[in-house]
Design a protein around this ligand. Structure first.
Ligand code: FAD
Length: 454
């Protein structure tokens, strides 16, 4: 009999684990209460990037004169934006569904929970179905964190899930939270024409990033007229007489807007899953113990994706799902490569884009590590001038003794694509000479990578 693998939650972690385990010979059941593809496709990565792409298209039209064109002013058609996003998410769901079907995964539409350590129950709305399991994976994702001082209404006070797009384009938007999600929303809405105020609790946007990188983004925000409330923590929200919002900060400043968007992190969807009853040790909403195979203290119960509390990225969730499928099927005995979160590439879809992977220059210096850092501005490449966008740079961090590439960051057009080259180098221990001796396309922005590797 095949191994019975039951997964609760069909986001990137769940769908990747399901298809991979089925390919490897498991009998897989995937319980999903909403759409296949998860929050990543319904509310997070896909719709946010689709709206950013619309804003970028508008920016491109605004900047077209620099390319020698004369164009009429463009404006936003919110219904068109909504239809575009729905079209994309529908298509991705169909593709996911077809992939699962083609691999023979049993897809159950319902809300799943563990009845005991070896039984998953799905409430399908028409009753309950039980699925005996040799291995279980919980990949139920996360949801936006709501501060106690705000009550989202989906109209004027929005979470990230109400924004694709909202019923009306915010005339004046106050964004609370200046991490990755917050700055992407600032970029998105300012491109679409909203006046934006960003409340930044520290002294720089993207507090976890290299100050040099954050400075490039702050310059772009100031160029767009974004108001930055630095060093201010939002502590209260009132509704104005005109139906708008007034966000109060701990330093006495107030930010007024027509709408407020909350982007202050997320909480794991771990309640109601029967984890404790199945013997899984919890610390509040978080699973207490996870080994490097993503196993809980109950060895056949795995946890993956945002609910695991590890790096909350769709790409990481997928890789966790893949690794878990391999572990469940015993493949880890053949391939020992564990998931290394330090080597996960990530990107911020602003203008310019920001992407990094591996060891950051600032962290290397903070740790007192000897590294070699080479930096090449895109302005030195022909392609940046051809594209009329010479902003940004490539930075490569390497070991001065061996030349092994330890990390890198890229700020500029297509940074999210270009970082993959450095990610491959970091994951596979390539040296700067390996990059320098690769023949890249000319003219291309990637030439800055081989120049930085010289
Ligand atoms: C605004 C925003 C933008 C983002 N952009 C990016 C990006 O560009 N790139 C990137 O890599 N990451 C991005 N992320 C992060 C990314 O969305 C998450 O890391 C990713 O969705 C995590 O995948 P997951 O599989 O853990 O869960 P999810 O995608 O959250 O999926 C979980 C699934 O579980 C289902 N579920 C929950 N409970 C149950 C239950 N009891 N029974 C059945 N089903 C259940 C849910 O319906 C859902 O479909 C973004 C996040 C946000 C908030």
């Amino acid at each position: 009999m095949s191994l019975r693998f039951v997964i609760i939650g069909g986001g990137p972690a769940g769908t990747q684990a399901a298809t991979h385990a089925a390919r490897l010979g498991a009998e897989v059941t995937l319980v999903e209460r909403d759409i296949v593809g998860g929050a990543a496709h319904l509310w997070d990565c896909v719709p946010s990037k689709a709206m950013i792409a619309t804003g970028d298209a508008l920016d491109a039209v605004r900047g077209a004169e620099g390319m020698g064109l004369r164009v009429a002013p463009a404006s936003v058609d919110l219904d068109g934006v909504r239809a575009r996003i729905t079209g994309i998410t529908d298509r991705i769901e169909q593709q996911n569904r077809r992939l699962l079907e083609s691999q023979g995964v049993r897809l159950v539409r319902g809300t799943g929970r563990l009845a005991d350590a070896h039984t998953v129950v799905a409430d399908t709305g028409d009753g309950e179905q039980s699925f005996p399991a040799d291995a279980v994976m919980i990949s139920t994702g996360s949801r936006p964190r709501i501060p106690e001082w705000a009550v989202p209404d989906g109209d004027r006070v929005l979470t990230t899930r109400d924004a694709y797009p909202p019923a009306e384009l915010p005339e004046r938007l106050v964004v609370v939270g200046s991490g990755v999600t917050g700055v992407e929303f600032v970029h998105m809405f300012s491109s679409l024409g909203s006046e934006v105020t960003l409340i930044v609790s520290r002294q720089q946007v993207l507090p976890a990033k290299d100050p040099e990188v954050a400075a490039v983004l702050e310059d772009d925000f100031l160029r767009r007229g974004v108001r930055l409330f630095k060093g201010a923590r939002a502590v209260g929200l009132d509704r104005g007489a005109d139906g708008g919002v007034v966000v109060r900060c701990d330093d006495g400043r107030v930010a007024e807007g027509s709408h407020c968007l909350l982007a202050i992190g997320s909480l794991p969807n771990s309640e109601g899953l029967g984890l404790e009853a199945a013997g899984v040790l919890m610390d509040g909403p978080w699973v207490r113990e996870l080994d490097h195979h993503m196993r809980t203290n109950v060895p056949h119960v795995y946890v993956a994706g945002d609910v695991s509390g590890k790096l909350p990225l769709s790409s990481v969730a997928s890789m966790q799902g893949r690794k878990i499928a391999e572990h469940v099927m015993g493949l880890h005995k053949v391939d020992h490569r564990h998931l290394d979160y330090e080597k996960a590439a990530s990107a911020i879809f602003t203008d310019p884009e920001i992407a990094d992977v591996g060891l950051a220059e600032a962290d290397a210096f903070a740790e007192g590590r000897k590294v070699r850092v080479t930096k090449v501005p895109f302005a030195s490449t022909a392609k940046a001038l051809i594209d009329d966008d010479p902003r940004g740079f490539v930075k490569i961090v390497s070991d001065p003794a061996t030349g092994v590439i330890l990390g890198g960051s890229i700020v500029g057009h297509h940074a999210a694509e270009l970082i993959s080259v450095i990610a491959v180098a970091v994951t596979n221990g390539l040296r700067v000479s390996d990059l320098a001796e690769s023949i890249f396309v000319h003219p291309a922005l990637a030439e800055a990578l081989s120049d930085a590797a010289e």
